[in-house]
Design a protein around this ligand. Structure first.
Ligand code: APR
Length: 233
């Protein structure tokens, strides 16, 4: 079957070779912090300083980090693929954008922006974000990290579901398949008869659901896959 529409899901593993920490596995972010303390609405209400400091540290850690060959290969696919393409990233870094991807959405929010909990305005934010910072649009002191916390609704789910129902090929790159709804996307893609491919360093919780699962670093697997899919076009 000819491939027309592609949906690519990426997770922390695609940024690992750029030096950005993943969440699970050795040295992962969740080894040093409890999700309940830094990534829930309750944590933000209970101890905003700790939550803001956690995201300030991750924002600062992005300075000097560069996109890697996997991000660049997806940007090339974005540039050259004539059919539908949507890159849905769980990542909150800006490495896909900096590599040149445009058909992209961040379902878990973005580290380099701040969200006003009062008026909903997003602000580009590259420096540290103190609690009670004022929103320049509405004046309320309600700026928070523009991050989807556990227990909150991921962004643009309707757009994602529409793309999943229309895709002929679903490719999952660098994700453990531990967090829903992203972990369920492969099932939805299969329901709509899409082919499914996983490119990951280790087997994930959903590897058994993929038609094909290739193990290895994204920096090697993704450029090879992009070359092939553009070749077969
Ligand atoms: N190349 C490819 N895959 C890699 C690489 C690499 N160089 N390094 C690590 N991986 C894989 C790991 O094998 C693992 O399966 O990336 C995956 C990273 O898994 P997680 O750390 O769980 O990150 P992710 O799947 O993106 O987490 C999903 O959980 O904590 C929440 O909101 C957070 O978006 C995050 C979500």
């Amino acid at each position: 079957m000819a491939i027309e529409n592609i949906l690519v899901l990426t997770g922390a593993g695609i940024s690992a070779e750029s030096g950005v920490a993943t969440f699970r596995g050795p040295g992962g972010l969740w080894e040093g912090h409890r999700v309940e303390d830094v990534c829930t609405p309750e944590a933000l209400a209970r101890d905003p300083d700790t939550v803001h400091r956690f995201y300030d540290a991750r924002r600062a850690a992005l300075a000097g980090v560069e996109p890697n060959a996997a991000h660049r290969a997806l940007a090339r696919l974005d540039d050259e693929w004539p059919g539908e393409l949507l890159i849905v990233t769980q990542n909150v870094d800006d490495l896909h954008e900096r590599a040149g991807a445009t058909r992209l959405l961040h379902m878990h929010g973005e580290l380099l922006s701040a969200l006003c909990a009062g008026c909903g305005k997003k602000h580009i934010w590259r420096k540290s974000l103190p609690p009670m910072a004022e929103c320049s649009a509405c004046g309320q002191a309600m700026l928070r990290p523009d991050i989807v916390f556990f227990g909150e609704i991921p962004r643009e789910m309707e757009r994602i579901e529409a793309a999943l129902s229309a895709c002929d090929l679903f490719v999952s790159i660098g994700t453990s398949g531990a967090v829903y709804p992203a972990a369920g996307f492969v099932r939805t893609a299969r329901h709509y008869d899409a082919r499914t491919l996983e490119l990951n360093l280790d087997p994930s919780e959903g590897s058994f659901l993929f038609d094909e699962s290739r193990m290895g670093p994204a920096g090697a697997l993704v450029p090879t896959w992009v070359d092939a899919v553009l070749e077969e076009r």
